[in-house]
Design a protein around this ligand. Structure first.
Ligand code: FE2
Length: 343
């Protein structure tokens, strides 16, 4: 029986390995165009991935809900990963563009779930295997899937921090109408103590630009759905952690909510914090959800996020934030001088 189970695990892993072994892994001397996206159903065609490849980004980031597993059956999860993997457009993406990922609730395993999802350790193994990350020992060893990457020389260094907003997250609380509401308990956590400790250190590593990838939105105003705003003490802790580390050049990117938008907050004693949200690659609601922190227009069509870094003038580096559409059109187009993201 054990032998049969072992053979099955090996054969299913092999299917995924065959599928994902074409991940592009060439060195990236300098990051100038980053694309990202979230919320992609493995059961739908994904032509937007072709649009992304045609934009020729240096890096693509999956910001979560990269497929919809919603199961505690790991064989079923493997099968859902395999559906995504064998798509021609997915293969074209990963073989042409360096691709990295974090997860959100649906690929973690259960809708809106946190630390009590019972299969989080097993799901992590599926995730690492699928995204070609088994050689990332640091990521494999600790609990959860948070990690970081660096590209570029010291003048052009970009740090990409992938947060894990699921493995350690305490339960959400709801109001009488069933909407999520702010939990004012200072002891509840989004990231958990080990991830916070790691993040504090990460933010002291020298880098010109720091892109923090949070599957759930960091800077949008309260709306009764999932967001950092449901954990106000954790949101404040993030602000304080950036301040304590004296970390310049931080911007957030996020997904999850089936629309595209740019949010901005102005914390006391810190430069403005932006959060560019892109969702979804295949999933839409077509409904605008008011956000008083929004800058520019909301995008309700299929979309992906873009950050074009203009390094041309070393004294005035620009982060050009955009939302890309299926047809290739670029919207939003909000330019942030890196000089504005400094202490
Ligand atoms: Fe989600």
């Amino acid at each position: 029986m054990l032998f049969v189970a072992f053979t099955f695990i090996l054969s299913s892993c092999k299917k995924i390995d065959d599928c994902t072994r074409h991940f592009k892994n060439d060195p990236i001397p300098q990051l100038s165009r980053i694309c990202f996206g979230s919320c992609s159903s493995q059961n739908k065609a994904q032509p937007i991935l072709n649009t992304i490849v045609d934009k020729k980004p240096d890096l693509f980031i999956y910001a979560g809900d990269n497929m919809y597993a919603d199961t505690d059956d790991m064989k079923a999860m493997e099968a859902e990963y395999y559906k995504l993997c064998k798509k021609d457009e997915f293969q074209r993406l990963i073989s042409n563009v360096k691709t990295i990922a974090t997860w959100d609730d649906h690929d973690y395993g259960a809708n809106d779930s946190g630390k009590h999802y019972s299969k989080k350790a097993e799901s992590k193994l599926k995730f690492l295997n699928f995204w070609g990350e088994f050689n990332n020992l640091e990521r494999a060893i600790h609990e959860g899937i948070y990690t970081s990457y660096y590209w570029g020389d010291s003048i052009h260094r970009v740090q990409v921090i992938l947060l894990d907003c699921r493995t350690f997250r305490d339960d959400l609380v709801t109001d009488a109408n069933g909407n999520y509401t702010q939990n004012q308990d200072p002891n509840v956590t989004m990231l958990g103590s080990e991830q916070w400790k790691w993040l504090k250190t990460e933010l002291t590593v020298p880098s010109k630009i720091r892109i923090i990838v949070s599957s759930t939105q960091f800077a949008r105003s309260h709306d009764g759905y999932e967001a950092w705003d449901n954990f106000p003490h954790e949101q404040e802790k993030m602000i304080q952690t950036i301040k304590d580390a004296h970390a310049n050049g931080v911007v957030f990117i996020s997904g999850d909510v089936h629309l595209g938008e740019l949010s901005k907050i102005n914390p006391a004693g810190l430069y403005p914090i932006y959060d560019l949200t892109s969702s979804g690659l295949t999933q839409l609601e077509g409904v605008d959800i008011p956000n008083v922190n929004r800058v520019g227009d909301v995008e309700l069509d299929y979309n992906f996020g873009m950050i074009d870094i203009d390094w041309q003038d070393p004294n005035n580096v620009l982060l050009n934030m955009k939302i890309g559409l299926l047809q290739g059109t670029e919207k939003l187009k909000y330019s942030i001088p890196l000089n504005d993201l400094q202490f």
